[in-house]
Design a protein around this ligand. Structure first.
Ligand code: SME
Length: 155
């Protein structure tokens, strides 16, 4: 996707910044720093948040962007719940055509959800919304799957 290639620093630079930002931090503090690093790196990431899996539900942790009504999402509900159940990244180019979508903001056009896993189990996920349609492509998937692997060690 063209847009994905042109408005972001290269993946290695973003991941190095992310690793630096969370170094020496643990838990919520590390997750907040990770959210800030990703939001800062890519302007088209309008809403960036991390959900943690707790007792079969995704519970919203640190985020940047408008407050979301979806602070607890059962596994299997929404794009977030689908990504957790299927343990795979989901990219939705147009949220208005996806029946699974749980609306957070009227301006949101596209979304990516990337599971955070440890020892083969999903323990959380990175959720990013964009006010631009089709904002997420292969570069975002690679960046965010590698970011999720780094973040997993901090949960
Ligand atoms: N859109 C998500 C809900 C979370 S908000 O975007 C922050 C979903 O469909 O699961």
């Amino acid at each position: 996707m063209e847009r994905a290639m042109t408005d972001m620093p290269d993946t290695e630079t973003i991941l190095a910044d992310l690793a630096r930002a969370i170094a020496g931090k643990q838990g919520t503090e590390a997750l907040r720093a990770a959210v800030e690093a990703l939001k800062r790196a890519v302007p088209r990431y309008t809403w960036v948040g991390i959900y943690l899996l707790e007792g079969g539900e995704l519970v919203l942790g640190p985020y940047l962007g408008k407050p979301s009504p979806h602070t607890r999402i059962p596994i299997g509900r929404g794009i977030c719940g689908a990504a957790a159940r299927e343990a795979r990244t989901i990219i939705v180019p147009d949220v208005n055509t996806d029946p699974r979508y749980l609306a957070c903001s009227l301006e949101t056009c596209s979304e990516i959800v990337v599971p955070i896993s440890r020892d083969g189990s999903v323990i959380g996920e990175i959720d990013i919304d964009s006010d631009l349609p089709g904002a997420f492509g292969d570069a975002d998937r690679e960046l965010l799957e590698r970011a999720a692997a780094i973040i997993a060690g901090k949960i």
